[in-house]
Design a protein around this ligand. Structure first.
Ligand code: SAM
Length: 277
């Protein structure tokens, strides 16, 4: 098992690099996740990996270790309700506002292996095919190149595909290759996966009509959460909705967002004087 001192060093590295606050009570899980990395380096114990890293604070090994500790849990149409709200309440208004003008732009921030971004692309494709919206683009970002590589491949196991997807959508948006379900080329082309750290300025990503940042803020401490909400606010058009996870709120981000009066888990980018105050 990792010592308290090892966990404290890991927590320092995770906080500095990705803003994530590690939980000391999960020392055993961190030990298990780091063990294969230690073995690859010819070491017997992950504690040795941390001690080696301590001698070289800028060693890329820290990035590999922090990456292995990220919580990447996700699924297609996770929790269902936010996607229904998006499709039934938000998208029709957005489509009306845009008409045949600029593309509708949606951001999946902290996209893990891509299921959230592809779920949104499915909704938008279906609406487009049925003449309910015009052109769109989904930008999906994460800090982990390992997770983004998987997302870009668009390939999911039977188990992953079954979690949250109806048979109708599997047939409509996927091709089957043996035990793997692969997102159709057309759907894949509408999602752009980009490596982006939510602690950094998001200006290069452009402005968004809706942001999904679900089950990401929960891993940050209060100060980091407030910083990240501020950056999300800077990337959101006035009145744009921000979708958070079921257990998340905008404490610390009230300057930019206000809870939707109608939809739980949805927050609206504040416009005008309230935002500037
Ligand atoms: C639990 S997953 C959530 C995935 C998806 N949003 C969902 O709700 O199903 C959290 C994701 O946030 C990413 N993440 C954590 N810290 C980050 C940061 N500082 N910048 C960008 N992504 C980060 C992790 O790599 C992970 O993929």
């Amino acid at each position: 098992m990792l010592s308290d001192a090892h966990v404290a060093e890991l927590a320092r590295a995770a906080r500095r690099r990705v803003g994530v606050a590690l939980d000391p009570s999960k020392a055993q899980m961190y030990h298990l996740r780091l063990t294969p990395i230690a073995r690859r380096e010819g070491l017997t114990h992950p504690g040795e990996l941390i001690e080696m890293g301590l001698m070289r604070p800028d060693d890329p090994a820290w990035d590999v270790m922090v990456d292995a500790l990220l919580n990447a849990e996700t699924s297609f149409f996770r929790d269902r309700a936010p996607f229904d709200v998006f499709a039934q309440a938000i998208l029709p208004e957005l489509a009306h506002k845009r008409g045949d003008g600029d593309k509708i732009r949606i951001w999946s921030a902290g996209c893990s292996t891509g299921q959230e971004a592809y779920s949104l692309a499915m909704l938008l494709h279906e609406a487009r095919e049925e003449g309910r919206c015009g052109a769109f683009e989904v930008i999906a970002t994460d800090i982990s190149e390992r997770l983004l590589d998987r997302a870009r491949s668009g390939a999911y196991s039977q188990f992953e595909a079954q979690r949250g997807l109806s048979i109708r959508r599997l047939i409509r948006h996927f091709e089957r290759a043996g035990e793997t379900w692969r997102i159709s080329d057309r759907l894949r082309a509408s999602v752009r996966f980009i490596n982006h750290n939510l602690l950094h300025d998001a200006g290069q990503l452009g402005m968004f009509d809706a942001i999904f940042c679900r089950n990401v803020l929960i891993a940050f401490d209060a100060e980091t959460r407030a910083d990240v909400l501020e950056r999300l606010g800077e990337a959101a058009h006035n009145d744009a909705p921000l979708f958070l996870g079921a257990d998340e709120d905008i404490a610390g981000g009230m300057r930019c967002f206000t809870p939707s009066r109608v939809h739980q888990g949805v927050f609206t980018r504040i416009t005008g004087r309230a935002a500037a105050a």
